[in-house]
Design a protein around this ligand. Sequence first.
Ligand code: ACM
Length: 683
Amino acid sequence: MKKLVVMMTLAATSGVLMSGTAAAQTPQAFVNTLMPEPAHLTVGSGWLPIGKGFAAATDKFHDQRLDDAIARAMEQLTQETGVVIQEKPAGTRAGLIITVDGPGEAVQGVDENESYSLDVTPQGAHLQAATDVGAMHGLATLEQLVQNSGQGYFLPAVSIQDSPRFVWRGLMIDCSRHFEPISVIERTLDGMAAVKMNVFHWHLTDDQGFRIQSKIFPLLTEDGSDGQFYTQEQAREVVAYARARGIRVVPEFDMPGHSTSWVVGYPDLASAQGPFTIQRHFGVFNPVLDPTRASTYEFLDKFIGEMAQIFPDAYMHIGGDENNGVEWAHNPRIQAFMREHGLKGTAALQAYFNQQLLPILQKHGKKMIGWDEIMTPGLPKDVVVQSWRGFDSLAEGAKEGYTGILSAGYYLDHMDSAADHYRVDPLPAGNTLTPAQAARILGGEACMWGEYVDAENIDSRIWPRTAAIAERLWSPQSVDNVDDMYRRLWVENLRLEALGLTQISQEDASLRALAGTEQIGPLETLAAVLEPVNFDTRGDWSDKHGVTSLMPLDNLVDALPPDPPSRHGFEELVSTYLENPAARPEQQAALTAIFQSWTQDEPERVLLMSESPRLAEALPRARQLTEMGAMGLEGIGYLASGVPAPPGWKAAKLKILDEADEPIALTWFTVAQPMRDLVNEVR
Ligand code: ACM
């Protein structure tokens, strides 16, 4: 954080802002760039200038957490506006009055009151909330409201009454497959707070690494982490950082499967004979905790007790996913145990395991949350089921009385578009749940699995797409216009970078590193219309090429953001143009400029790429870009003139586009489908 230049005055005040820029010209009109959209927004008339003397003051309750949140917001406003918001001069009245009833829950829970109201008039702004958390959401909205004219910064006169549609709005980060430093976690929490997300689900253990220090069982990290783990002190720091931003931290200790890293140091926990080594590949592996031995539960009792001291949240995530049952099937002692207890199959034994685990969690004051697979008969209904396999399993759980959250459709590692995620609803229209059943669906979580992310590129995989998911989980269901979502998303993207995230800047930094020069213009033109292939395509390739978690993520694909602006932007441009090519001169000019940029600089592009071993494999993309530019210019020519293309033109161009659709260097073009639409429109 930049040094704080804001001094808060917290004496009770009321009233009017004295602005040094009262004469400044106000913006033309309010442009709504709020994300997530508030539940209720009324636009009034006039503007509140943010000028010298603007300050915030609480007039009811305040505590350290609220004071810090206000200070951060004022610092952010200062950065946004360049107006140094100083200590409020005596006798002046604050521009922003903050009325908060109380702190909220000592440990934030799913019932926390997160609502707030924000009223801005030309005379001043008034934020009201029942809790610190609601006030923080209101401050986040305030930061997003700022607009500028050429002469200053202003808040529009608005009246907002806001509260979330879902109480659980989370982001999971897998820090096992690739470790993420604390700095990444903290800047991610800043981003989450900006879009009003309230659960950080921390996937701390998996086959590829055990990432949290245990003082009782030190070999978990000594043998299972390659030295890359969070100390208990660091984990506490993250919990405090999150709480300061209205975010709960739900830790996940994945068991009984996905547990290789546990058994490297403690092979007696395993269901097969050791020794074991940390898993370097990706997928589903055999190591699984032994659910038949009392010693397993004695271990887990101590471990969970230790973790409960670090993570105050009511919930602890036990994973439970993707146990292939192989080790259980091959162990005669475990097979005998299953026969003795009448347990038929892997799921039954895993249900047994969960039933032993549950009282251990309860003893340490925790409720259970796990992936779909934990939903087995006999579990109490207050477990939360996190559905990664689809809405159907979530609905099935809700019908049986389980609370649940949706993650299917919110997998960021799949490289889907923000629009794809945005259309996924935890309570889709037309579902057949009763109101009581629907109420059991608490919300959802975006999931950032760690196979192909590291500290450099994780921001671009999480942001800005997660802001679209955050809106789906916060805003009314009726807020569903994809074009408008993207319009606001690109503004939010800039605001997120201003918080210290790197999702925009990292692309060019990576391209410079790949090309070995600052002169990357020709490469940028190509990179702007490429995106990473989807998870399955990359997974197949990785399996075939023996990719491991130790290999660097420093190829072109790793530099490219998923769903770059070119995807939706180009699609919108082409479809608007094709509505009536003869009467869309603006779109025609824009497309012509784009196609010309693609056809220019091919020799420079080829030279840059062929001299870099890590770019050379993508070389065919340079030629394809030129070809697409040329076909675009020709296509526009035919469409504008009404002259038909020569015989065979269309077929030849579609063939080029088919070739362009093939993955090369794990990249895809973002523009191939609209190009196809354009070519198909030519007579
Ligand atoms: C999961 O994706 N295995 C939860």
